[in-house]
Design a protein around this ligand. Sequence first.
Ligand code: SAH
Length: 225
Amino acid sequence: MTVRLRLHPADVGSGLTSQRVRDRLIEDLRKMGIVDERVLNAIRTVPRHQFVDEVLATRAYENNALPIGFGQTISQPYVVAKMTEALLQCAPRRVLEVGTGSGYQAAVLAALGVQVYTVERIGELLRTARKRFRGLGLQVRSKHDDGRIGWPEEAPFEGIIVTAAGPALVDALIDQLAVDGVLVAPVGPAANQSLLCLRKQADGGIEQHDLGAVVFVPLLSGMTD
Ligand code: SAH
């Protein structure tokens, strides 16, 4: 990991947020097939318990999605690990994330030394996520917008990660992907979503494979405060 997090005593954790409990999660992720040590190390280091409400902190190192308010969820650690591993294949310098939510996925990428650009449609979630980035000393660029338009001024991105499921892949995002770049996105209706991984080839063609079934909140249009 190239970035040193600014960790306060509360980030280090104790009891159910202690290093021992986090190490158990890492072992579970290994058993589930996550092999990239950089990803495992980032998940071990980023204090996931600081990305959920205090009353849920003791459940932060269970391998589950958890509610973050506004009907949204922080993704399951396994899914964060899987998506991060898929993105790192192309050694991205800059990654666009659609769906900041708690900020956890963005923090894991930033801890790996990636320059993250993240977009969230719910203003209140974004404000809370920004405080978390600042607290950990992470440089994350963010904007309050409908992420389906991407971030054209900053495109192309070597990696794009969408953390909410749309009915189909979003063309504007594929357009903003660099050649040899990787886009990871869940696609499909609530009961039947697949995690798709796309790679853009030099001739503009797209190579696509399916990383398996997932459950994400829906990709919605417009913005709210
Ligand atoms: N990556 C997040 C996962 C949050 S859940 C994390 O690590 O916590 C998905 C998020 O996508 C929600 O916060 C939701 O508000 C947001 N979202 C849904 N549709 C969106 C859109 N069109 N543009 C930006 N964000 C969107």
